[in-house]
Design a protein around this ligand. Structure first.
Ligand code: ADP
Ligand code: ZN
Length: 373
């Protein structure tokens, strides 16, 4: 599908109290994954965890390249979708690892989106109290967000990501060439986090996105631009999680648009809206809140709303009640009892945490999110 990576590959360092690692962003770099794994002293036995969609497209090229480099590959496919990111799904992988005779000294390679990374990482963190772990994210969302920061988890029936660990990978290998086969809606889903990152931390990236948002979504953007955007977004996430591993201060900025976004996902039943679609609505409301607080002037608000208006409107989602949204958002762990902590924009490309959002403005924000169409 793609040529060699080479010159345009970008290496983003992530520091961590457990171990530092790098996010390597390039185009057409999947064939070189084996060399990078060898350079870390991992292998030669690898468990390749991937979902059935990704297996059918990228599993073959990935396995062949790794075999050519002398690795022994055990492909462990899982079903695609968040519904399989469960303890039961983890147990099936543990059984498969036992069957394959793999142990603590071996390495699990998670090839896929956030579901594969979270579940594969959770299994890598816990099998034999921890085995080697390499992330090969193949969705835009995973390349810029979920593969970075060391969080791994599975869901419980009562909520998402309720059982998990901090388990940084030894390496994140992001080949943006794999995004060529990603469905359009999944690309917009990832672009929501890219826009979020730009809005909270990188005014120059906001300008790049204003110039090229649709071409990034439909895959017509030049590959250098795609590499640049993934690398810059990954670098910002890497910087924040490196400085703030335990999620006390700056890491909270990454929650911009997420208090109401998560509430929308919950109230609409985690189905009709993708995460990105919900976060776009949450960001629109949060931008209005920022303006109401005097943090974002009218011109900045217009600019943010114009950029967010370019995302496709999700179809067929019934209007959530503002009261339900408010209740769920206030219950969110990001909201302290009595006081609502809320991430607002402090101009375009900067964020801050508002430590006590006036309750009336919080209700207003829920109403905005509810009415958003
Ligand atoms: P996310 O990273 O959005 O949390 P998931 O792991 O749920 O993602 O993946 C979203 C969907 O995209 C899944 O159906 C998955 O099988 C599919 N997928 C992942 N990567 C690719 C790819 N490179 N090409 C095509 N489909 C992919
Ligand atoms: Zn998010």
């Amino acid at each position: 599908v793609s040529a060699q990576g080479g010159s345009s590959t970008r290496s983003v360092p992530v520091t961590s109290s457990r171990r530092g690692y790098r996010v390597e962003v390039g185009h057409g770099t999947l064939p070189s994954l084996g060399k990078a794994i060898q350079a870390l002293g991992l292998g030669p036995r690898l468990a390749l965890v991937t979902d059935r969609n990704v297996l059918g497209i990228w599993g073959g090229p990935c396995e062949r390249a790794l075999r050519a480099d002398g690795f022994e590959i055990h492909a462990l496919p899982i079903e695609a979708g968040e519904a399989h990111k469960t303890l039961r799904g983890a147990e099936a992988l543990y059984d498969a690892l036992v069957q394959a005779g793999l142990g603590r000294g071996d390495t699990l390679v998670a090839l896929g989106g956030g579901v594969v990374g979270d579940l594969g990482g959770f299994v890598a963190a816990t099998y034999h109290r921890g085995m080697g772990f390499v992330q090969v994210p193949t969705t835009l969302l995973a390349q810029v967000d979920s593969s970075i920061g060391g969080k791994v988890a599975v869901d419980l029936p009562s909520g998402k990501n309720l059982v998990g660990a901090f388990y940084p990978p030894a390496l994140v290998w992001a080949d943006v060439g794999t995004l060529a086969t990603l469905p359009l809606r999944e690309r917009w889903n990832g672009l929501a986090e890219v826009v979020k990152t730009a809005l909270i931390a990188d005014a120059a990236l906001v300008s790049v996105l204003e110039a090229s948002l649709e071409s990034l979504a439909d895959g017509t953007a030049p590959r250098e631009v795609l590499v640049d955007i993934v690398a810059r977004t990954a670098a910002l996430k890497a910087k924040v999680v490196s400085e703030d591993e335990e999620e006390k201060g700056p890491r909270m900025h990454l929650n911009f648009g997420h208090t109401l976004g998560h509430a929308l996902e919950t109230v609409t039943g985690h189905g009709p809206l993708s995460h990105g679609e919900a976060v776009v609505v949450g960001m629109r409301a949060a931008a209005r809140v920022s303006h109401a607080l005097g943090s974002l002037e009218a011109e900045g608000l217009d600019r943010v709303l114009a950029l967010l208006a370019r995302f496709p409107r999700p179809q067929g989602v019934s209007k959530p009640s503002p009261a339900a949204l408010l209740e769920v958002a206030a219950r969110d762990k990001k909201a302290l009892v009595g006081k609502v902590r809320f991430v607002v924009l402090d101009g375009v490309g900067r964020a801050r945490v508002e430590r006590s959002l006036p309750p009336a403005l919080f209700s207003q924000a829920a109403a905005w999110a509810s009415e958003d169409r």
